[in-house]
Design a protein around this ligand. Structure first.
Ligand code: SF4
Length: 115
């Protein structure tokens, strides 16, 4: 199996070819080792850090920006978004506060203050 990817680790954007042979994945086209790690991970188990918004219950027309503390599996993003849409925060909130303790294996963290 072979997959063509663009490395998104740095702005150089190397064109990667990730190949599977007898269960072993290898990358070519990477200008540095980080690209090989990214390419194999993206081909075998893609993950994403998600940034989104959560309602603030006790403020009118106010949303709180949040993100996953760790990358989560790409296939779990719809489940994560359902959990986040059911969640609300109570102001005041400081950046770094945990808004959800466990959402698809990651904590959800506020990324800004809401007074
Ligand atoms: S392989 Fe290395 S140099 Fe190329 S885009 Fe990825 S991180 Fe940047």
């Amino acid at each position: 199996m072979k997959k063509e990817l663009t490395c998104i680790i740095c702005p150089r954007g190397c064109a990667l070819t990730v190949t599977e042979n007898d269960g072993v994945w290898t990358a070519t086209g990477n200008a540095c080792p980080r690209g090989a790690t990214y390419g194999v991970a993206e081909a075998t188990h893609p993950t994403r850090t998600i940034t989104t918004l959560v309602r603030v219950k006790n403020r009118v027309d106010t949303m709180l920006s949040v993100k996953t503390e760790n990358p989560i599996a790409k296939e779990r993003i719809p489940e994560l978004m359902r959990l986040i849409h059911q969640t609300s925060a109570l102001a005041p909130v400081k950046a770094g506060k945990v808004i959800l303790e466990d959402a698809c294996g990651s904590r959800i963290i506020a990324t800004r203050d809401v007074e």
